[in-house]
Design a protein around this ligand. Structure first.
Ligand SMILES: *[C@@H]1O[C@H](CO)[C@@H](O)[C@H](O)[C@H]1NC(C)=O
Ligand SMILES: *[C@@H]1O[C@H](CO)[C@@H](O)[C@H](O)[C@H]1NC(C)=O
Ligand SMILES: *[C@@H]1O[C@H](CO)[C@@H](O)[C@H](O)[C@H]1NC(C)=O
Ligand SMILES: *[C@@H]1O[C@H](CO)[C@@H](O)[C@H](O)[C@H]1NC(C)=O
Ligand SMILES: *[C@@H]1O[C@H](CO)[C@@H](O)[C@H](O)[C@H]1NC(C)=O
Ligand SMILES: *[C@@H]1O[C@H](CO)[C@@H](O)[C@H](O)[C@H]1NC(C)=O
Ligand SMILES: *[C@@H]1O[C@H](CO)[C@@H](O)[C@H](O)[C@H]1NC(C)=O
Ligand SMILES: *[C@@H]1O[C@H](CO)[C@@H](O)[C@H](O)[C@H]1NC(C)=O
Ligand SMILES: *[C@@H]1O[C@H](CO)[C@@H](O)[C@H](O)[C@H]1NC(C)=O
Length: 570
């Protein structure tokens, strides 16, 4: 049997022509005994369809993900990942690697958002960006022979050390950890020499401490998986004095405050991750929920730890329960009139479609655990957010027009109403980190479906399953060629786990992910540079150069892609 890839690629031409021919017409066997009450359409193999006298046609949409030969794409991916990692390390001050400290007085361990010092000036550290950049770097801490990579380790320790110092500083958001109220931990932005940023800004931003805690927990988890303690790590790296000598001190003196901040302020308004809107945000709430979840897991392993026991566990659990309840109900992130999640429900000037929703889902769901947290990558609201963004940005960004009707990846930006051009306000553009996060979402979706070993079940109604119209032909309401007497809303498509149809569908989702990266590939510079954005008309780099978060999003996505290729043998 030829591989699905070959077949799918061969039929790209079909998608381009209007009299479009699809080889995978499938008539469900089940239809032979279609009864008025029958609700399931089970497909075992999209290639096995014969006979077409029945009216229901559900096909896998062929996708041709690459605009260059596959081998070249693969080569590019590896090369780009290595460039990305190098650029990330260039943007984190560490005397062993770069001269940021000597030249610009950047504190050791500070992550600069971008080296751009004017138009725009991003030469600052942001709590959020730093945590999000350091988090995937942890995946590189151990080399394949289980040895600690000294460069990565020293960078991580310096980051923790610097973050500890920032936590203590009084600043325009409030006071640091020496005072009870901890309001200063909501400060989003700092000078590169780790003094407070005193100018007017959108503050506080309440996602920072949660993201930082997630990075700390990730490091501790990674060490544990390699049978190493934090103390072992410190002993291997001699880079100067640190405020914590072991895991318990790291928790008591540092992580604890970030958790405490989440417990104190999750209900309070703050600015969103784009630093524009004050309110309660899906992104912020979900990463906070994840931080509480990880904290409870960590403390379950460390009953001897630490401050305030056992009441700390109780208050973490209570906050977790309250926040979870809030996210599912009063938070209004789920709007009965919208099939996607709403990023900031009380901000009515926008639709609520926002790549922040996808970022939140990614940052709060790991691949190494069956999560019970809501809004995982299989959530229809999360997937329909991707659908909505593809639809809208396929239209509003001219560089997408050639692809928009093909139902393959397009360049994505932050949210449709965006007017920030990277320097000032005019027109919004696609962003690298948004485009790579779409690929990452699709890779994670495959990972999740495969590791859950469950049938893929898709309700066939336009509201919940809109995302799946990218994957399948014939499942949109107007396409479902059923007898009128059969109410469409009760029909579900079932692809049994491990069946050919299941695997064919997962491979197609993979190709869809690949097509986002292929689009991104078209817009990095010849030398692999990324900025914050790329121009929606010309496709050229725009906004802050070498945005650290752009590189780390790509790197994180690349890491998952490799894992997935290994698992699925793609
Ligand atoms: C449809 O599939 C579900 C499992 O998803 C099963 O519980 C249900 O009984 C099936 N319905 C019919 C009519 O076969
Ligand atoms: C693909 O890679 C090969 C070998 O590196 C190169 O010769 C060829 O020009 C590349 N093709 C494209 C379209 O980039
Ligand atoms: C450590 O990681 C860096 C960045 O990936 C890499 O350049 C270096 O070769 C690694 N060092 C060792 C000893 O593996
Ligand atoms: C916060 O810090 C400032 C300056 O360090 C100090 O004047 C102020 O009293 C502190 N606020 C509280 C509530 O402790
Ligand atoms: C470097 O930053 C420190 C604060 O971390 C500050 O005290 C010092 O004045 C700065 N040095 C220069 C040369 O700007
Ligand atoms: C860690 O230790 C466990 C139990 O001793 C062992 O099974 C596992 O292989 C070790 N893992 C690593 C990465 O060394
Ligand atoms: C940790 O930070 C302090 C300043 O807060 C600094 O003096 C010390 O050198 C730093 N240690 C390392 C290993 O970077
Ligand atoms: C995995 O997730 C479950 C449910 O969230 C949690 O109870 C468990 O502690 C987690 N395990 C790890 C290793 O993270
Ligand atoms: C997740 O749970 C399923 C069963 O529900 C199990 O088969 C699978 O191995 C689990 N995956 C992980 C990573 O624990």
């Amino acid at each position: 049997m030829p591989s699905t890839l070959t077949l799918l690629s061969v039929f790209l031409l079909g998608t381009l022509s209007t009299t479009y021919f699809n080889p995978f017409n499938y008539l469900s066997q089940d239809l032979q005994d279609l009864q008025p009450s029958l609700q399931n359409i089970t497909i075992h193999d999209f290639h096995a369809g014969t006979g077409d006298h029945r009216k229901i046609k559900i096909n896998l949409r062929p996708a041709s993900p690459y605009s260059i030969p596959h081998e070249n794409f693969t080569q590019w991916c590896h090369a780009q990942a290595s460039i990305a990692l190098d650029k990330i390390l260039q943007n984190i001050a560490n005397d062993n690697i770069n001269d940021l400290s000597q030249r610009y007085n950047v504190s050791q361990g500070a992550v600069i958002a971008s080296p751009s010092r004017s138009k725009p000036n991003y030469f600052y550290q942001w709590t959020r960006d730093a945590a999000l950049v350091m988090n995937p770097l942890i995946l590189n801490l151990f080399s394949s022979d289980e040895k600690v990579n000294g460069t990565i380790a020293s960078t991580l320790l310096k980051y923790l050390n610097n973050s500890y110092a920032l936590q203590q500083l009084d600043n325009p958001s409030g006071n640091g950890t020496k005072y009870q109220d901890l309001k200063g931990l909501g400060e989003p932005k700092w000078e590169v020499n780790s003094t407070p940023f005193m100018e007017h800004w959108g503050r506080p931003q309440n996602d920072g401490p949660a993201l930082r805690a997630l990075t700390s927990f990730h490091l501790l988890k990674q060490l544990r998986q390699h049978n190493m303690t934090f103390e072992d790590l410190l002993n291997q790296i001699e880079d100067g004095q640190l405020p914590f000598q072991n895991e318990q001190e790291l928790f008591d003196k540092f992580i604890y405050y970030d958790l405490k901040f989440v417990m104190l302020y999750w209900k309070q308004d703050g600015f969103d991750l784009w630093e524009e809107v004050n309110g309660i945000h899906f992104f912020t709430a979900l990463v906070q929920l994840k931080a509480l979840d990880e904290a409870l897991y960590f403390l379950s392993l460390h009953t001897e730890t630490t401050v305030e026991q056992p009441s700390l566990v109780q208050s973490l659990q209570r906050t977790f329960d309250d926040l979870l309840q809030f996210m599912l109900t009063q938070g209004n992130f789920i709007d009965p009139n919208k099939n996607h999640i709403v990023e900031t429900p009380n901000f009515h000037e926008r639709s609520g479609l926002d790549i922040a929703v996808i970022l939140a889902s990614l940052y709060s769901h790991n691949t190494d655990n069956n999560s019970t947290l809501p809004f995982d990558v299989t959530d229809s609201g999360v997937l329909n957010t991707l659908y909505g963004l593809m639809r809208s940005m396929g239209m509003i960004y001219p560089i997408n027009h050639q692809r928009a009707n093909l139902k393959i990846g397009v360049a994505l930006g932050r949210y449709p109403e965006d007017i920030y051009d990277g320097i000032g306000l005019s027109e919004g553009n696609p962003w690298f980190l948004a485009t790579s996060s779409a690929a990452e979402l699709l890779y994670k979706l495959i990972w999740n479906l495969q590791s859950n070993r469950k049938d893929l079940i898709i309700p066939l109604n336009d509201f919940n399953s809109q995302f799946w119209t990218i994957v399948f032909d014939g499942i949109a309401h107007e396409e479902l060629q059923l007898h009128q007497s059969h109410p469409h809303d009760d029909i579900q498509l079932i692809l049994p786990y491990d069946s050919p149809a299941f695997k064919q569908t997962l491979k197609l989702i993979f190709d869809l992910g690949e097509s986002f990266l292929d689009k991104l590939r078209e817009h990095v510079s010849k030398t692999g540079d990324m900025s914050e954005q790329f121009n929606k008309y010309t496709g050229f780099l725009q906004g802050a150069t070498h945005l650290t978060w752009s590189y780390s999003s790509f790197w994180n996505c690349y890491h998952l892609r490799n894992k997935l290729i290994e698992l699925m043998k793609y």
